[in-house]
Design a protein around this ligand. Structure first.
Ligand SMILES: Nc1ncnc2c1ncn2[C@@H]1O[C@H](COP(=O)(O)OP(=O)(O)OP(=O)(O)O)[C@@H](O)[C@H]1O
Ligand SMILES: *[C@@H]1O[C@H](CO)[C@@H](O)[C@H](O)[C@H]1NC(C)=O
Ligand SMILES: *[C@@H]1O[C@H](CO)[C@@H](O)[C@H](O)[C@H]1NC(C)=O
Length: 353
């Protein structure tokens, strides 16, 4: 009776074998961690473009495809001479967008549609120039006199088409929680970039509903997100006490942040002058809804949602000051991605250790 426990232990866990296999297991875990670290590092800096320098060209220059040298942004003359319109691929309130050809490259020529929106168009162009980075669609040229902008073409179009794209056989392999979470990370990285941009804290105002948000971003062929439309990006200056308003009309609905809605009730008619301004935390309020769209309904996306529950609840705080910064949301998203990759790469490892 007394000896039995000892016997049982020896039989199932011979000391030498167990310590060898434990050591092997630890080595394997460390190796996998190292590989994971290298892998994650690789894709965080993968697109090969720096934060401030989109194609490693100086300001005013661009590089396309496999070409070695940087070319200066195309001027009015160069655009008129060398760019050929092929077909219309999009139209918004401000611009008509044409797939075009420039020296055997597919490019996009955007033209002002409504002369009343000149200001928005020029603001968008100014932002496009100033914010060229890995987060922003590449500028190839512009002509202010003719209100045209030339940018890189992305055949997958805006994020509005993500659902359809993910059902094309060629892209079905991308329809995983992992890829979808990476898109959400790209999106939050862009918001983080805009909130701490070289120009200061910019608010993404073209975002009164989900469809509107999605149409401002492009999906690249290597499945990253770029911001494309920078026509409505007012500047918050906290030290100067300067806040913003997204347009002059009344905003309604749950998609916009509570502080963007008319605060004085139905009895008082809306008046722009009486509407209080707000800050970049309106973008944070919208993150959970946009991320939910990204995550969709695939195997594993509900587990991701579960891990994002707390940070998303914080994004939906009524008081804007209590919402996290875009950087904090981004850090959490990245942590969740790392954690979930580790768990799927080594299921059950946590229980074993
Ligand atoms: N570089 C591009 N590659 C592929 N498609 C593009 C590109 N640029 C724009 N598009 C398409 O054209 C649409 C309209 O473009 P854009 O948002 O610039 O126009 P807009 O008039 O400023 O729109 P809005 O009404 O939101 O202000 C986009 O949603 C996208 O579908
Ligand atoms: C914010 O306002 C202050 C004071 O007016 C000014 O000095 C500063 O340059 C402004 N910052 C930005 C980013 O515009
Ligand atoms: C995309 O698909 C999801 C279901 O997978 C659906 O809930 C959502 O409404 C769709 N969105 C769009 C913009 O088509």
């Amino acid at each position: 009776m007394e000896k039995k426990p000892h016997f049982v232990r020896r039989e199932f866990l011979p000391r030498e074998v167990s310590s060898i296999s434990l050591a092997l297991l630890l080595v394997a875990v460390l190796l996998l961690n190292a590989l994971l670290y290298l892998y994650l590092n690789k894709f965080y800096s993968s697109s090969g473009r720096g934060e401030t320098d989109p194609s490693l060209c100086p300001f005013g220059y661009f590089k396309l495809g496999t070409v070695k040298n940087c070319s200066p942004w195309l001027s009015c003359e160069a655009i008129n001479r060398e760019v050929r319109k092929l077909k219309r691929v999009g139209e918004g309130a401000v611009k008509k967008v044409f797939l075009s050809e420039w020296k055997e490259n597919k490019v996009v020529l955007s033209q002002l549609t409504n002369p009343e929106l000149k200001e928005d168009f020029l603001h968008g162009l100014k932002m496009l120039k100033a914010l060229q980075s890995k987060h922003v669609v590449r500028l190839l040229g512009y002509c202010e006199q003719q209100f045209t902008i030339l940018t890189e073409y992305h055949p997958l179009g805006s994020l509005r088409g993500l659902n359809e794209t993910l059902h094309i056989p060629r892209y079905k392999g991308m329809n995983t929680w992992h890829r979808r979470l990476m898109l959400a990370i790209d999106y939050v990285s862009i918001i983080r970039y805009l909130h701490s941009s070289p120009l200061g804290t910019l608010v993404m105002c073209d975002s009164n509903d989900l469809d509107k948000v999605l149409s401002q971003y492009l999906l690249t062929s290597d499945f990253h997100v770029l911001v494309n439309d920078l026509d409505a990006l007012p500047l918050v200056n906290r030290s100067a006490g300067r806040l913003v308003k997204c347009g002059h009309r009344e905003l309604r609905g749950d998609f916009v942040a509570p502080e963007q809605r008319w605060p004085y009730g139905e009895e008082v008619p809306f008046e722009d002058d009486l509407m209080p301004p707000y800050d970049e935390k309106t973008d944070i309020w919208k993150i959970p809804d946009v991320s939910n769209f990204f995550l969709g309904h695939v195997e594993g996306s509900d587990i991701v949602r579960l891990h994002l529950f707390d940070i998303h609840a914080a994004c939906k705080k009524k008081d804007p000051a209590e919402r996290p910064s875009a950087q904090e949301v981004l850090d959490t998203y990245r942590k969740v991605l790392t954690l979930l990759i580790r768990e799927t790469a080594m299921p059950g490892i946590r229980e074993m250790l």
